[in-house]
Design a protein around this ligand. Structure first.
Ligand SMILES: Nc1ncnc2c1ncn2[C@@H]1O[C@H](COP(=O)(O)OP(=O)(O)O)[C@@H](O)[C@H]1O
Ligand SMILES: O=c1[nH]cc([C@@H]2O[C@H](COP(=O)(O)O)[C@@H](O)[C@H]2O)c(=O)[nH]1
Length: 297
């Protein structure tokens, strides 16, 4: 029998509506460009990149029973994901995210993940009722967890026996939601994946380099932290030491989803048994390829 999945991805799976224009934009700009709809949400972005590396994700999320939800489930299945444990809500609409990107990067974005928030712990049923695990027989293996869940649910997960044996890989959904991850800063099993700004928000300090930020997170109690900083260096910090590398220099054509690509490529590499240096290198190359418009492998 083939394995139903290699990793659990918990968090938001929604439709990204992205407007892109090849010109410099600012508040009030009204320009010609392209608008696309594609599957998104941090958990989904991670699952999609994991699929490119040959890993099958099972999704724990909330998706509406509306047309957009049916289309999203179909897209997930076509991408090879397991949707068996997705909570399909009768009354909540499928979530959406909307971003505008100009030649000068992300101009603004709005995340409407209200249905995921409203569904709360219902999305975790399979980890509690014995389907995938329970308090007495916790799930073992990789879990990628995104910070779109409410702070209350994240606090519960951080101390839940059902998560006590998992290799937890945690990422904020956006700088605006970074502080929701505070329960994982002093957690003995979690690895944090953050960008420089999010590291600063978690530590309430301004950092000027990934190395400084990664050290700052360890000083605050993190067991392990990976900090990225766009085209600048990225660092992997554990009590054994900090490794810092620089991503390849590329022409940037898209920025939405870079951090998620980095995280997924890093997990895939560690799942293959690669060491810390090689895993950081592979993640940086995959994310740089992604932002340059290519397909990371
Ligand atoms: N300008 C860039 N040049 C090369 N690589 C980049 C660039 N921007 C992002 N990346 C790649 O994507 C990774 C994550 O980018 P970052 O912007 O820090 O994440 P986030 O999307 O979470 O803000 C970087 O570590 C790097 O590998
Ligand atoms: O509050 C949120 N913001 C952003 C995302 C997702 O994160 C990606 C953009 O993030 P970034 O700009 O960090 O790459 C998009 O796919 C979007 O759906 C999300 O799930 N929740």
């Amino acid at each position: 029998m083939s394995k139903s999945h290699d990793i659990l991805c918990i968090g938001s799976v929604l439709w990204d509506v992205i407007g892109r224009a090849p010109v410099h934009m600012r508040q009030g700009s009204d320009v010609a460009g392209r608008i696309t709809r594609l599957p998104g949400g941090v958990a989904m972005n991670i699952a999609m990149t994991l699929a490119r590396f040959g890993l099958k994700a099972s999704l724990l999320t909330a998706i509406g029973r509306d047309t957009q939800g049916d289309e999203l489930i179909q897209a997930c299945e076509e991408l090879g994901m397991d949707t068996t444990h997705v909570y399909r809500s009768e009354d909540l609409p499928t979530d959406r995210y909307m971003a505008v990107e100009g030649a000068n990067g992300l101009i603004a974005a709005i995340a409407d993940a209200h249905s995921l928030e409203a569904a709360g712990s219902k999305i975790l049923r399979a980890l509690n009722d014995g389907t995938l695990g329970s308090d007495d027989a916790p799930y073992e293996g990789f879990i990628a967890l995104d910070g779109n869940l409410t702070q209350r649910l994240l606090e519960k997960i951080a101390v839940s026996p059902a998560f006590a044996k998992a290799d937890l890989r945690v990422a904020p959904a956006s700088p605006g939601k970074a502080e929701r991850l505070l329960p994982f800063l002093v957690h003995d099993r979690a690895t944090l994946y953050v960008n420089l700004e999010e590291a600063g928000l978690l530590c309430q300090k301004e950092f000027t380099s990934s190395e400084e930020a990664a050290k700052g997170l360890l000083d605050r109690g993190a067991r392990r932290a990976l900090v990225t900083d766009g085209g600048n260096s990225a660092s992997d910090a554990t009590p054994d030491g900090i490794i810092t590398q620089i991503p390849p220099s590329v022409m940037v054509t898209r920025v939405t989803g870079a951090g998620d690509t980095f995280m997924a490529a890093h997990i895939a590499s560690e799942n293959d048994g690669a060491n810390r240096e090689d895993s950081l290198n592979r993640a940086l190359r995959a994310a740089a390829t992604y932002v340059s418009g290519g397909s990371p492998k």
